[in-house]
Design a binder for this molecule. Structure first.
Ligand SMILES: Cc1ncc(COP(=O)(O)O)c(C=O)c1O
Length: 413
């Protein structure tokens, strides 16, 4: 085989459910040179990252850090470290990622109970309360925004419910953090994990996470330090956390004052995660979320302006992704293919029962921008027409434009 050429990807506008086009500021940070594991600069950046993400998560949790993995790894770290084999875990499922939580909790040894919600809807608090009454779980594990359906679960009231049953509250905020309100302390969440590749504007591969003192207590109770690095007095548990890589007690030591060696830091991802949080806090968390609300609303208006139907319960939609029902007679994959090949634009389809039935269009992170929204709508219109589907001329672009004018935003911010 001849030597392959250097990496030189085609120009793309990633308007799917994530990953999205990375912010150039994040890519620049990621091109910085490495320093050693215990270089003072490394530990300074780690400390800065912890403080930055306390801002993004709106928490005072000392244990706020990065898991060196994609978002799925952070879910696994949280659940495998909090859940002891045999613990009851309640998982309301409203889409693909609820199933993922149940799967990971099960593999962590939990006795998993689910509350199945029809896709396109969210779980009602009364239904969650009834399930809690029945199951008496030690952990309530929920997806905040299930990317597969674009639905966002309300978290108000869950802390009170968990207090009533002495239960820990875990949230997967991979697809929502930064672009939608998620005040960890305000909502009394015990553990929350995310990823960089959605609203935070970075690539996947590092997962911000935060743990309340209550969650830390549960994790520390299972602390066991591996041979080779343990010193006298370090605990060795009879039944340690089942994963070594995702053992949060050891990861806390690695990020903490002991700097106990665990893995080799993914320095380039650390730099990227640092810049992602700076992007959010530089603009201001509230303004960053408002930007997602504005461009998400414009995309939704544009989709409707093209005469297309929006999927799911509108009242509980995530700001940053819209599900679009693929019209009768339209080949959804052919439309996605033409968008990519002719316009360099990627949009997503969905999973399971929604595969081939729904497109998902994201407006998040670097692509929560007016020009990205308008270009995508113009392209979708052209492609739909080329496929023989009648759509109102410039209907999408006009409806989105109107949305910007009504919001007093004529600028391409
Ligand atoms: C809600 C949600 N949870 C978890 C994940 C898994 O993330 P990753 O692919 O980074 O492991 C995703 C990915 O799209 C997601 O949308």
């Amino acid at each position: 085989m001849p030597l392959p050429g250097p990496i030189d990807p085609p120009a793309r506008l990633l308007m799917g459910p994530g990953p999205i086009t990375a912010d150039p500021r994040v890519l620049r940070a990621m091109s910085a040179q490495l320093v050693g594991q215990y270089d003072p600069y490394m530990t300074q950046v780690m400390a800065e990252v912890q403080e930055l993400y306390r801002g993004v998560f709106e928490t005072a949790n000392p244990q706020t850090l990065l898991i060196d993995s994609t978002a799925r790894g952070a879910i696994e770290a949280a659940l495998v470290s909090i859940v002891s084999p045999g613990d009851r875990v309640l998982v309301p499922i409203m889409g693909r990622f609820g199933h993922l939580l149940a799967e990971i909790a099960g593999r962590s040894g939990a006795e998993v109970h689910t509350l199945d919600v029809p896709w396109g809807r969210v779980a009602e608090i009364d239904a969650i309360a009834a399930a809690m009454e029945r199951v008496r779980p030690r952990v309530l594990a929920m997806v905040h925004g299930d990317t597969s359906t674009t639905m966002m679960q309300p978290f108000e009231g869950l802390r009170e419910l968990c207090d009533r049953f002495d239960c820990l509250l875990y949230a997967d905020v991979t697809a929502t953090l930064g672009g939608n309100p998620f005040p960890v302390d305000g909502w009394g969440v015990d553990a929350a994990t995310a990823g960089l590749q959605k609203c935070l504007g970075g690539p996947s591969g590092s997962a911000p996470a935060t743990f309340s003192p209550r969650a830390v207590e549960a994790i520390e109770a299972r602390r066991s330090i591996e041979a080779g690095i343990r010193v006298e007095g370090d605990p060795v548990a009879a039944a340690p956390i089942r994963s070594n890589y995702f053992d949060l007690a050891m990861i806390f030591d690695y990020w903490g004052p002991r700097r106990l060696n665990h893995h080799t830091e993914a320095t380039t991802m650390l730099y990227g995660a640092h810049e992602c949080a700076r992007l959010v806090l530089d603009q201001g968390l509230a303004a960053y979320q408002e930007r997602h609300a504005l461009h998400g609303a414009a995309m939704l208006a544009g989709v409707e302006g093209l005469g297309l139907e929006v999927y799911g319960d509108r009242a509980h939609k995530m700001a940053n992704i819209v599900g679009v029902v693929i019209p009768e007679g339209v080949d959804g994959e052919a439309v996605r293919g033409a968008l990519l090949e002719e316009w360099g634009i990627e949009i997503g389809t969905s999973f399971g029962p929604l595969a081939g039935r729904v497109w998902r269009i994201g407006t998040m992170g670097y692509n929560a921008r007016r020009d990205a929204v308008l270009t995508t709508l113009a392209a979708l219109e052209a492609v739909l027409r080329a496929q023989g589907h009648a759509v109102p001329t410039v209907g999408g672009v006009e409806a989105a434009g109107e949305c910007y004018v009504n919001a007093g935003d004529g600028s391409p911010a």
